[in-house]
Design a protein around this ligand. Sequence first.
Ligand code: ATP
Ligand code: MG
Length: 447
Amino acid sequence: MTQQRQTALLNSLNTLAQRVPPYRPVSSGQLVRVVGLTLEASGCRAPIGSLCEIETTEGSLDAEVVGFNNDLLYLMPVEEIRGVVPGAKVTPKGNQAGLSVGMELLGRVIDGNGLPLDGLGPLHTEQRTTTHAQPINPLARRAISEHLDVGVRAINAMLTVGKGQRMGLFAGSGVGKSVLLGMMTRGTTADVIVVGLVGERGREVKEFIEEILGVEGRKRSVVIAAPADTSPLMRLRACETSTRIAEYFRDQGLNVLLLMDSLTRYAQAQREIALAVGEPPATKGYPPSVFARLPRLVERAGNGGEGQGSITAFYTVLTEGDDQQDPIADASRAILDGHIVLSRSLADSGHYPAIDIEASISRVAPMVISAEHLEATRRVKQMYATYQQNRDLISIGAYSQGSDPRIDNAIRLQPAMNAFLRQRMHEAVSFADAQLMLGQLAAQCKV
Ligand SMILES: Nc1ncnc2c1ncn2[C@@H]1O[C@H](COP(=O)(O)OP(=O)(O)OP(=O)(O)O)[C@@H](O)[C@H]1O
Ligand SMILES: [Mg+2]
């Protein structure tokens, strides 16, 4: 570079630096307006994502900067708004909310900020970090090449999950999502299980921990809970904290199973925040930022680079009124590597787990199972579909035995097929057993 060009470049950089004022956190400002969940402060500057402390009649309240408009800062409280008065002092804390991570998290139940909820005393974790991590270069990630045993026969055999895969669990309310997630926590061979319970009823959180997870399941799990009555920011953060903790364990070389119940509540929390700061709604009331955030969260799961472990993730997606066309369900289906659909009609008939194997798919299964296993899956699926397609005829007695050997065989195998797909709540079936039983069933599906 010539001397002349160098000087010209330096000059233009100097002009630019003069135009953009340097970032200076101003000591404090004041609260000027409260609209719904949003607090508006003037007289202080703080970057988006950082925390501010608001003086209240009951002490202080932490709020996160979620937007701004000229000199106005939009803040969203981390906890409930109480004791806030007009003109309250707002002091930028200058940093993002931190998070402590470490092996001590195992067996604990924490909130979205990483603070213990279980009354087992303070956490003495070794590492301080933030809820955001540097994304991994997609080319540095290991490819998905091994299966992960989740302890559920229907999934292990028919919808095999790979280490590092991201699956969606699509279902309406009350069809057995939580029970299925609980079965996985007890039956999986993953080293660590990170469970994010977001937007659930408070009662359900306790039930999940005590009854579904149990003492055994808790030992190698971390539960992050943000029930429905917590602030949207806390619910959003709980999902990010869960993902960050899973990333921590993955970086220690461990295979992590991340269970997030639910991704829909994450989207709804972001919708609440975005609408409150004035973002216009786009699809069914969801602003565009929701659809930008979903892949950012989901992409953080997956395999790490060489020497790191993996995050295999299950995200539950609520399909209200069993509507599979919900915008969040649609967006999730596109960004996940497969989906398991739970059917209300199966659940109503007492068929648990209510997995609709015809509507479900694991996109990486062919990469992690043998050719024989794949062939067996195909045969059983075909036989299952044959029965389903003719079910109405069979049930009203309009089908006469002997007209079609395929249908005859499907009718004969129906009880075996149902027994194979059903599983009791406290039963765990290993991948090897599931594969063996699938082989035996497929051998009878010859026609
Ligand atoms: N494998 C199973 N065996 C027997 N019963 C089951 C099984 N799975 C689910 N159930 C029954 O279904 C009920 C609802 O299950 P669960 O609470 O998991 O549903 P959910 O989809 O998580 O509901 P919500 O939408 O309210 O969170 C359970 O209380 C239980 O009675
Ligand atoms: Mg549930």
